[in-house]
Write a protein that binds this ligand. Structure first.
Ligand code: EPZ
Length: 430
């Protein structure tokens, strides 16, 4: 298994280029198979999850042509299978986006049931509710979701929970249903809007993405398009909190500042200086950061995918901070690892009370999931001495060239896989 080994304790300074949004790219790749014409998508992040999604599309007969690390051509004409095997779903839950895409296009789809994951049980009842509302028969047999419909008809659907996945999945199926679908209480994340814009560029008729109500007039056919994925607001925020935690001065490039409003608001609250440009944001922290309170909420609230990153930063801010995680039921596991670095934290249910400490002490920690893994790297970068982060495969699922980008702003971090390499690193940096 690979680890990151980090020598921390000095500020991160410089500029970092932000890549395409993983959570937009995964849905857009699934939606791309809904036409029999060729679709070209660029600004894809070169991360494991995207590569697994491309394998899943090729696995059912879709044509996938990688033009370069960040650009792919997809053609769904030769798809011969409407069944997505458990192997793909086990690797990335988002393979379930192929359910909405295949059901919309072929009126039939079979996708292995996704399990829970490290941050919660993650049910998909709202996805199934939406497909049934459109007229599909949806059964679960032998660990598979089987969705079939003679016809899909537009419907007025009210989601019981604001859910990114169900909003996108049902939007895809409704794109090729007959008539008008109105979806209410929908997710408004930038990546939901990006998928709607992508589908509209293929000839769909979707209005209202980014608001509480999305209206879709079904079309019979979708056509080719060329599309560029939006920048990843979560990757950007991760580097912004890395600047705050290490008392650095980092500018994230190729971002949409509007998508970062909740993150910027919290960075300013704890005492960082933030400067916004057209497609960049600069974060400067001179230390002496102070506590604040944060509750994760659906967009435009503070993103749950940024919760570990602000958690690490608040653990180094003077005073008492609180974090309330309102989206997932098990997203505080990283705080146990952080406590091993000397953080002073008390968890009660979905709330954590954090007493800021002056510094962490370096040790070996383990990444419990994607965003928490990135946050523990931030903790290591903010800490004098050598921190080792295990289980970094999680991080590689969603961050492209993570250690390279951190080195580009002065981080002393290497990917290693043996004890000998760790010793070599320690000698080199001592
Ligand atoms: C997406 O997951 C993201 N993943 C997650 O990012 C992100 O944390 C999450 O949205 C919230 O923003 C991708 O886009 C691939 P949800 P998703 O459906 O769609 C409940 C990362 O780090 N719910 O919005 O699975 C659910 O239990 C990942 O990149 C139902 O009850 O999230 C949760 O409490 C981690 N029934 C809440 O809704 C359903 O049918 C939000 O889940 C669906 C969801």
């Amino acid at each position: 298994m690979e680890q990151y080994v980090i020598k921390g304790g000095h500020p991160l300074v410089g500029e970092v280029e932000i890549g395409g949004a993983k959570n937009a790219a995964l849905a857009i790749l699934a939606a791309a198979i809904m036409t029999d014409e060729t679709v070209r998508i660029d600004n894809l992040p070169d991360v494991n999850d995207v590569n697994v999604m491309l394998d899943a599309i090729a696995g059912i007969g879709g044509m996938v042509h990688r033009i370069d690390r960040h650009t792919v051509q997809i053609n769904g004409k030769k798809i011969h299978d409407i069944s997505i095997e458990y192997d793909y779903i086990k690797k990335i839950r988002a393979s379930y986006y192929l359910l909405g895409a295949l059901l919309g296009k072929y009126r039939h789809a079979e996708v292995a049931l996704p399990g829970g994951c490290n941050i919660g049980s993650r049910p998909i009842d709202q996805h199934l509710k939406g497909f049934r509302a459109l007229g599909a028969d949806v059964d679960i047999e032998h660990g598979k979701i089987i969705a079939e419909a003679d016809r899909l008809r537009g419907k007025h659907i009210y989601f019981d929970v604001v859910t990114v996945g169900a909003t996108i999945n049902v939007m895809m199926a409704a794109t090729m249903a007959e008539g008008l679908t109105i979806m209410e209480n929908v997710a408004k994340e930038p990546h939901v809007v990006d998928v709607a814009n992508f589908l509209n560029s293929m000839g769909a008729n979707i209005r209202g993405a980014g608001t509480d109500v999305i209206k879709i007039r079904g079309v019979q056919r979708l056509h080719s398009t060329e599309y560029s994925v939006i920048p990843d607001q979560i990757e950007a925020g991760t580097f912004m909190f890395a600047a705050a935690a290490t008392r650095g001065d980092v500018t994230v490039l190729n971002v949409i500042p509007k998508h970062l409003e909740a993150t910027v608001a919290k960075l300013v609250e704890i005492g960082c200086e933030v400067e916004e440009f057209d497609d960049a944001v600069r974060v400067v922290s001179k230390g002496g950061l102070k506590s604040t309170h944060v509750k994760t909420l659906p967009y435009p609230g503070f993103p749950t995918d940024m919760q570990p990153q602000i958690g690490v930063t608040l653990a180094l801010c003077s005073g008492t901070s609180t974090i309330t995680e309102s989206i997932f039921e098990n997203r505080f596991k990283y705080l146990d690892e952080l406590a091993r670095m000397g953080a002073n934290i008390k968890i009660e249910g979905n709330s954590a009370t954090i007493e800021g400490v002056r510094r962490f002490s370096a040790t070996r920690v383990s990444a419990p999931d994607l965003r928490a893994g990135a946050a523990l790297c931030i903790a290591g970068l903010a800490t004098d001495g050598i921190t080792i982060v295990d289980d970094i495969l999680y991080i590689q699922r969603g961050y492209e060239r993570f250690e390279e980008k951190l080195r580009g702003i002065g981080g002393i971090i290497e990917k290693v896989s043996t004890e000998r390499e760790i010793q070599k690193f320690k000698l080199k940096v001592s």
